[in-house]
Design a protein around this ligand. Structure first.
Ligand SMILES: NC(=O)c1ccc[n+]([C@@H]2O[C@H](COP(=O)([O-])OP(=O)(O)OC[C@H]3O[C@@H](n4cnc5c(N)ncnc54)[C@H](OP(=O)(O)O)[C@@H]3O)[C@@H](O)[C@H]2O)c1
Length: 321
């Protein structure tokens, strides 16, 4: 772990994922969002993740408003760069087509240039009502390696050197390109969504060894794999990777749930705790829409899980040893 990782080692490693505050999939109101953030704060959660992409700025605005009265030195916040929001008032009567239930009053433009990064961050600071951001991730640069790994990361390092941001990294749904960032760029953290979970440990092949070697922290997001692992009984219409879960994935998750039950552990508790079994993982960020969800998330994190569960899952080939 590097010294720039802004997590208090005494605080719980649970983080608040605020994509849902941007109306991911469906509308969420301001009051529900505020109550979710307040509940997280009361539980001792001190890390919050957002992005301009999440509801075209709505998540940043709601999160900033909900944290406005909290002492700034007592929490860490991350946002992301790479998609600039360009006003499109002429489309405000339509809905966003990026997965969020918000008016299409902006369109997203990929931009990992220095100027694009500076403009994106300026707008984020404005929406959040902050003058400093603790962590900034290059957001989803899957198809933008050339620019993100040069001008993009360069701009963030410059801002880090000036003290405008604390730590820099990249956030993605895949591990291979994140591993390249870790190997080749001077970054502090990565946010990895869905690829080191109870159901999918593909990051163990590339990202986790690279992070261990370079002392880069891994923030594990998507521990529920978009919701599939979030309830004791898995419904047929459960989501996996932001779409309906395929039958084979449902079957595998149900088999894991059965073994969890044999050890007296609910599936979501095992899902929340699993990523922290690797020392490279410095936080688990749960996508949170309501106060009840984060209260449950904290309970799941505190549940006792016997070592025998992990060895049993490994023995049956359901998780990597
Ligand atoms: N590229 C990136 O950097 C990247 C990619 C993905 C995610 N992220 C970050 O990571 C966060 C988490 O990822 P995620 O939202 O994709 O996945 P997730 O945490 O695996 O799943 C979140 C979903 O689980 C459901 N849920 C949460 N708590 C629950 C509870 N106690 N009981 C039942 N269901 C519960 C919610 O469903 P409902 O929707 O029904 O409320 C929520 O949408 C995001 O908010 C974002 O901050 C970053």
């Amino acid at each position: 772990m590097t010294s720039r990782i802004p997590f208090d080692s005494a605080a719980p490693p649970l983080g608040f994922g605020a994509a849902q505050l941007g109306n991911l999939y469906r509308p969420t109101d301001d009051e529900t969002s505020r109550r979710a953030v307040d509940a997280a704060w009361e539980l001792g959660v001190r890390y919050f993740d957002t992005a301009p992409h999440y509801g075209l700025g709505l998540s940043e605005r709601r999160l900033g408003a909900a944290l406005a009265s909290r002492p700034r030195d007592q929490y860490a916040i991350s946002t992301k760069v790479g998609r600039l929001l360009v006003p499109t008032p002429e489309h405000a009567d339509r809905l966003d087509d990026g997965g969020f239930a918000v008016p299409a009053a902006f369109r997203r433009t990929w931009d990992f240039s220095r100027d694009g990064i500076l403009r994106s961050l300026d707008a984020s600071l404005d929406r959040l009502g902050l003058d400093r951001i603790d962590i900034v991730y290059l957001h989803d640069p899957d198809e933008h390696w050339a620019a993100a790994s040069t001008t993009g990361v360069g701009a963030l390092i410059e801002l880090r050197d000036q003290g405008v941001i604390g730590a820099v990294g990249a956030g993605m749904n895949q591990s291979a390109v994140l591993a390249e960032f870790v190997r080749r760029c001077d970054i502090d953290l990565v946010m990895l969504a869905g690829r080191y979970t109870l159901l999918d440990q593909s990051a163990a092949d590339d990202l986790l060894p690279a992070a261990a070697e370079r002392g880069v922290g891994v923030v594990a997001a998507g521990a529920y794999n978009s919701g599939l692992l979030s309830s004791d009984r898995i419904p047929d219409d459960a989501k996996y990777d932001y779409a309906d879960a395929p039958a084979a994935v449902l079957a595998r998750a149900r088999r894991i749930a059965e073994i969890c039950a044999q050890h007296g552990v609910a599936l979501p508790a095992a899902a929340v705790q699993f990523p922290l079994r690797r020392p490279e993982v410095v936080s688990v960020v749960l996508g949170t829409r309501t106060a009840e969800q984060i209260v449950q998330g904290a309970e799941r994190m505190a549940t006792a899980v016997p070592d025998a569960l992990w060895s049993d899952l490994a023995a049956q080939g359901l998780v990597r040893p």
